[in-house]
Structure formats: C-alpha cells, structure tokens
Design a protein around this ligand. Structure first.
Ligand SMILES: [Zn+2]
Length: 354
C-alpha cells in the first residue's frame, strides 16, 4: 500500500489541523449548556464522512444525535462496523489544565485537549484512513459502517434503542471499537474486553436544615460523618471490597490468564511515575495489571456536603452526597451489585440519617 502511506504522509499536517478543529468543539454531553456544541461535533463528523462520498446522516434520538455513515457497497467484501463517540467528559477542574481543554496544543509531539484520546482522535483515525483509501484507490476495500454517538460519556442510553431499531442495517462481519488505548508507544493492542459499570448517587439527609454544631453537635448524627463512615465500610484496610455477595459470581482467574497478563511486561514503576503515585494499592493477592483490567472495583468519584467556603463555619450539615461507581467484570450482574451496594450503605448508616 505504498500510495496510501504516501497520501497519509503528504496530508498529515492537514489531518492534524482538522483534528484540532474537531477538538475545539466543547461537546460535553453531560452538561445541557453545551447541547448546541455537542450537535456541532456531530455535524463535524457527518460532514467528514459526507466528503468521502459516504452516505451519512444524523440520526435524532431523545438526547444527542448519532452519526451514521456507510461507504459505497463493495460486492463480496466483508463489512466492518466502526463504533466511536464524539462527546467528551466535562473538563473540570479547569485550573489543573496546563493549556485550556478546548484549545488544543501540541507539546512534545502529543496533542493535549479534552477528547484527544477519548475518543475524537480514534474516531478521526478511522475517518482519515478511509479517506486515504478513497483518494488513492477510489474506494475502501471493505464495506464500512460508522456508528459515532454523542452520549458515550453519559451512559449511551439512546444507543441501545438505536441498535435495536437499526439491527438489520447494522449487520456486519466485525465491529471495531477504538475507544481504548495502546499498551505503550509503538505497542498497539487489540482490547478484547472492558469492565462494565454500575453508577449511583447517594444522598444522606439529617436535620431539615444546617444546625449549629455548638448546640446540636454530638447529639444527632452528622450526615457528612455518616457518609464518610458508610463509604469507609465499602473496603477493608487492605483495599478488599466488603459488600456482601460482591465477588460471588466471578470465576477466579486461571493460571494461564495470570501468566498472559504477567508476560506483557507491564512497567509498573514507570506507570506510577507517570501518574505521580508513590505506591500501588488495591485488592490483596492481585497484580496492578490484574486490578486495573480484570478485577471489579468500587470507587467514590465525588463527594459533597457541608460548608465549602473559606474559613470555618460550625454547622452540622443537613445533607451529604457521594457519587459512587463500581467497575464490573464478567458474570457480575449490574442489578445485583447495585442492590447489594445500596443495602450495604443503608446498613452502615447511623440512626437519624436517611
Ligand atoms: Zn470513550
């Protein structure tokens, strides 16, 4: 494929420019203030596909639109369905960014912007590789179907409905999802599984309003204290999850699986240095890679409650809230885990807090 390589090399500057344009769109699906920007990102993908001569359309949903694109039919060739998403996570906290999240910047050969590796960069790769084929040989050698959604970061609820409705049109021999990462520079990877998720928000309520801690402190349960205790009960000191029944349905890792993971030669020290952490921590008896890839988790993603302003304010807060998610592995039922989590939190809540 020398002419394709030549085309890619000759156009790489333009590809990067167009990618930066894509990255400049703040398509934050979780935040309704960005609804128009999310649509703008969908239109961007749509026009990219259209420019290749692919049949492309915005499919409306109850939420953000799905972009569907299809290359001209090549008889006898296999069909490849490419999935990706054009929405991004909220960029907060903004002051932690070296350069603003929606002003893409290239440093040391890397593009820094919200969504650069999740998932706009990957989506763009699939579009531009098709472009290279179309512009050099006249067509892609397979039948391509693109499903690029705008709600991946908020649970993909409308994708399920779309897949059901479009079942026949989406028939394919293989589905390619590049909403994943490489194992390392120059080490591409085929990801054959990802952990699932259960997400919930827990609110503990105590008194009907904030109270003075000098008058009521010590006499009633403080919702923030109670929430901290309930959260602490989710793990033991070693990091093992304590929710009853949580591990029941999970088959143990086989020796062969453990060996294959170990054989990858994961650079743990380098990884920890990259993220600025001095020591690994997690389920006893597992390696870091096992904890990251094949074991389930339970994590607090955010916590709220009480006085957040400058200086002290001596209150017993009226409420406290936490966002909690569990990463799940094969055989775990999300419904069962959600129920067990709820029950465990309820049981670890003191009287007077609901
Ligand atoms: Zn993603």
């Amino acid at each position: 494929m020398p002419q394709i390589d030549e085309y890619l090399a000759a156009n790489s500057d333009r590809f990067v420019r167009e990618l930066l344009e894509f990255l400049r769109i703040p398509s934050i699906s979780a935040d309704s203030r960005f609804k128009d920007d999310v649509r703008r990102a969908a239109k961007f993908v749509h026009s990219q596909l259209e420019r290749l001569g692919f049949a492309s359309q915005l499919v409306e949903t109850e939420g953000h639109p799905i972009v569907y694109g299809q290359s001209p039919q090549v008889e006898g060739a296999p069909t490849v369905l490419v999935y990706g998403h054009y929405d991004v996570q909220p960029p907060d906290p903004l002051n932690e960014w070296v350069t603003p999240p929606f002003e893409p910047t290239i440093r040391d050969g890397y593009v820094f912007a919200r969504g650069a590796t999740d998932d706009k960069g990957q989506v763009f790769t699939h579009i531009k590789s098709a472009e290279a084929w179309v512009k050099t040989t006249g067509q892609v050698p397979v039948n391509l179907k693109y499903v690029i959604e705008g709600e991946e970061e908020v649970g993909s609820n409308n994708l399920e409905i779309f897949l059901e409705k479009w079942r026949d049109r989406l028939q394919a021999d293989v589905a390619v999802i590049s909403d994943t990462s490489q194992f390392g520079p120059g080490r591409p990877a085929i990801t054959h599984g990802l952990r699932g998720i259960v997400a919930c928000e827990v609110t503990l309520r105590g008194p009907k309003q904030d109270l003075h801690s000098g008058i009521f402190g010590g006499a009633i349960a403080n919702p923030v204290n109670a929430l901290a205790r309930a959260i602490a009960s989710l793990h033991d000191a070693s990091g093992r999850i304590q929710i009853p029944g949580f591990f029941d349905d999970i088959p143990p890792l086989t020796d062969a699986e453990r060996q294959r993971l170990a054989a990858l030669g994961f650079d743990e020290a380098g990884c920890l240095a990259d993220i600025g952490v001095s020591a690994p921590f997690g389920e006893p008896g597992c390696t870091t890679l096992e904890r990251r890839w094949v074991r389930p988790t339970c994590d607090v993603n955010g916590i709220q409650g009480g006085y957040q302003g400058e200086g002290p304010k001596t209150i017993i807060p009226a409420w406290a809230r936490a966002k909690i998610t569990c990463r799940l592995v094969p055989n775990q039922s999300p419904e069962k885990v959600a129920l067990a989590l709820e029950q465990h939190l309820r049981e670890n809540c003191p009287p007077g807090v609901t």
